[in-house]
Design a protein around this ligand. Structure first.
Ligand SMILES: NC(=O)c1ccc[n+]([C@@H]2O[C@H](COP(=O)([O-])OP(=O)(O)OC[C@H]3O[C@@H](n4cnc5c(N)ncnc54)[C@H](OP(=O)(O)O)[C@@H]3O)[C@@H](O)[C@H]2O)c1
Length: 236
């Protein structure tokens, strides 16, 4: 059975949990992780998933998880870097707190970076390793609804962390080009993971998760180093 690891799974209505359920339904063995192990355990039980503790900003937490997966499974087939936060709507870039900026990049960019650096040895033992960086249209330059040039000033810190995550995806894919590891960024679209957002046009979480699952289960002829929504390329 193939083993998938998902970061940032602490909420029943979050993209991480829905992605876990969809992968599980496809026959993958899914490990969900959260900063608060109790929250992950509450979600894991009913869905027959494995729950582990993980804070992507804490190298010792990442190392501990690595040791568990290496000892239990000796490899990793899918890594989904879903943990993300610091959606700073209404913040002025000239007044953003350095500590806030640091935490946002530490989680949204460096978290995914640390995870791939740490887990590459285990991914390398899979016959079809896939990494998905859950990005956002807010990290795209030209996204019509949320893009950096189309909506300048909106969610400035968050959008820069996701633009950087996209750049990281390109660099990682290039470095891993000669290996079977495929790395892609996926925008789930505007998804109703929080109450009240559906009224503002957010779509069902299951729709957003489907594009993440698509990138996580790409065949050998699938792309690497791309940016996708619903399985179709989107502009950087
Ligand atoms: N919803 C949308 O419309 C949308 C659109 C584009 C992109 N996205 C992206 O999709 C991903 C999932 O978002 P969501 O909407 O499903 O919201 P969510 O449920 O809040 O998911 C974010 C998860 O990241 C976790 N997290 C935060 N800091 C962490 C850390 N240091 N280590 C480990 N986990 C951490 C949160 O856990 P805690 O409970 O511990 O804080 C939470 O479980 C995010 O990367 C987000 O940027 C969402």
């Amino acid at each position: 059975m193939k083993v998938a690891l998902i970061t940032g799974v602490s909420r029943e209505t979050g993209l991480g949990y829905e992605t876990a359920r969809q992968l599980s339904a496809l026959g993958y063995y899914v490990i969900i992780t959260a900063r608060d192990l109790f929250k992950a355990k509450q979600l894991a039980g009913p869905a027959n998933l494995q729950a582990e503790q993980l804070d992507v900003t804490d190298p010792s937490s990442i190392s501990a998880l690595y040791r568990i997966i290496e000892s239990d499974y000796e490899r990793l087939d899918i890594l989904i870097n879903n943990a993300g936060a610091y959606y700073d709507r209404g913040q002025l870039v000239l007044q953003a707190e350095p500590q806030f900026i640091h935490q946002a990049f530490d989680t949204n960019l460096l978290g995914a970076w640390r995870m791939v650096q740490t887990f590459t040895p285990l991914l390398s033992r899979s016959d079809a390793p896939r990494v998905v960086n859950v990005s956002s249209g807010a990290g795209s330059f030209r996204d019509p609804q949320f893009g950096i040039t189309t909506q300048p000033g909106a969610t400035p810190v968050y959008s820069m962390t996701k633009a950087a995550l996209n750049a990281l995806t390109i660099h990682m894919a290039a470095e891993l080009q000669s290996t079977p590891i495929k790395v892609n960024a996926v925008c789930p679209g505007f998804v109703a993971t929080y109450e009240g957002t559906a009224a503002h046009g957010a779509r069902p979480v299951s729709d957003g998760a489907r594009g993440i699952v698509w990138a996580a289960t790409l065949g050998a002829d699938g792309p690497s180093g791309g940016f996708f929504r619903d399985g179709a390329p989107v502009e950087w």
